[in-house]
Design a protein around this ligand. Structure first.
Ligand SMILES: *Cc1c(COP(=O)(O)O)cnc(C)c1O
Length: 401
């Protein structure tokens, strides 16, 4: 069937919540994707920061196949080995004490919010606690996650949303201090804002928030869904700042393609919050995703993926800085590790660049206000960075004329 026929068929049955790029992807190999016509694409999006190991990793694929033949699902009424192993490894690399596996990022945020609320409720019996979140943040699409997402356009049609949430300005500590009061139970932020336009937290900002949390007995919740799992050059971005959260949300690259998320917490929060009956999931942490997470963490350790990111991201940053120097319409380069953004001036729409890149065989997505987002598979090499830059120069050049 022709790609156009597939796309027509899709538009007849799939709810139209996305304006998709006009390609039908078929398979992947390494850091490349192929469409149904056999056209090859260099992937700088990784399925939105999910495919950290790229495509076709044999060891990972074999682990999944073995588990499929053994056992897919049991429910959380019973123990299963792969998930017990995955939980131990995840606590080990994060330094957190307790984990709850979910099926997505948004559910990880839901769980994190519930844990924070229950913790505050268990302390004073009140139900009017407040959460401070950030402007331009993104935490997911379910109602709870939406309530802390700082994008009015996403929130408004679905209001009223649950809970009392106040929004501070990211990287502005005074704006956070202004919102803190006796009812504040948690401060929630992405360690590096993703959707909002690739903004890393300034070290002083994150440390300042941690200090407020410690002084006032407020929980710090970090959303590491996009910036976690090695992308920053550390297993979790907060580890590079030396600022440990009380609760952390993780997803995207956690399963490297298998839908899984997690929220983790310290023993102290665990003891004071969610108890049997307070939270649950039918699928979450089933043996299949347990096997995936467990293998992903093994490969990350064995191949020192964060170490590779620290090395290759220097090269990516330098390359993007060169592009900024060459093209006057590149306004800024921001990011941490293999989570980078090039902000373009309004005369060059990032969406248009992204569409042209696709024609050239380069998959590149956008973020925030006219920002090109670079979140490639973490196994990317220098030659792939060069290939990306060459394609981008071809596209950028046309805007100079
Ligand atoms: C993608 C993302 C989410 C939501 O995850 P889903 O799996 O799409 O529900 C939440 N927070 C951040 C920072 C994200 O990047």
């Amino acid at each position: 069937m022709q790609p156009t026929a597939w796309m027509d068929q899709a538009e007849q049955s799939i709810l139209h919540t996305y304006n998709r790029y006009k390609i039908v992807l078929d398979h992947g190999e390494g850091v490349y994707l192929y469409d149904t016509e056999g056209k090859k694409y260099l992937d700088f999006a990784a399925g939105i920061a999910v495919q950290a190991l790229g495509y076709g990793n044999q060891e990972y694929n074999e682990a999944l196949k073995t588990q499929v033949d053994k056992l897919l699902h049991t429910s959380n009424l019973y123990y299963n080995q792969p998930t017990i192993e995955a939980a131990g490894k995840l606590c080990n690399v994060s330094g957190m004490d307790r984990v709850f596996f979910t099926n997505s990022g948004t559910e990880a945020i839901e769980g994190a919010i519930k844990a924070a609320k229950k913790y505050a409720y268990a302390k004073d019996g009140c139900t009017d606690h407040e959460i401070i979140a950030m402007e331009h943040s993104f935490h997911g699409r379910s109602l709870g996650a939406l309530s802390v997402t700082g994008n009015a356009h996403y929130r408004e049609p679905f209001e009223p949303l649950p809970g009392i949430v106040k929004f501070a300005e990211y990287n502005n500590l005074a704006s956070v201090e202004d919102l803190v009061n006796g009812k504040t139970c948690a401060i929630l932020l992405e360690t590096v804002q993703g959707e909002g336009g690739i903004y890393p937290a300034e070290p002083g900002f994150l440390k300042g928030i941690k200090q407020i949390c410690e002084d006032k007995g407020i929980l710090l919740i970090l959303d590491e869904i996009q910036c976690g799992m090695g992308r920053s050059g550390h297993m979790f971005a907060w580890q590079g700042y030396g600022v440990k959260p009380d609760i952390m949300a993780c997803a995207k690259a956690l399963g490297c393609g298998v839908p899984v998320g997690a929220f983790l917490m310290t023993e102290e929060v665990a003891e004071g919050s969610l108890k049997p009956g307070d939270h649950g999931t039918t699928y979450g942490g089933n043996p299949f995703v347990g096997a995936a997470v467990s293998k992903v963490l093994d490969i990350f350790e064995k191949e020192d993926i964060p170490g590779h990111v620290r090395e290759i991201s220097v090269y990516l940053e330098r390359t993007l800085d060169q592009l900024k120097a060459e093209y006057p319409f590149v306004a800024a380069r921001r990011g941490l590790g293999l989570m980078q953004g090039l902000e373009l001036k309004p005369e060059v729409p990032a969406g248009e660049v992204s569409a042209k890149a696709l024609e050239q065989g380069l998959i590149l997505i956008t973020a925030g206000n006219n920002v090109l987002r670079f979140v490639p598979p973490l196994v990317m090499g220098k030659e792939h960075v060069d290939e990306m830059a060459a394609a981008l120069r071809g596209i950028f050049g046309a805007y100079l004329a």
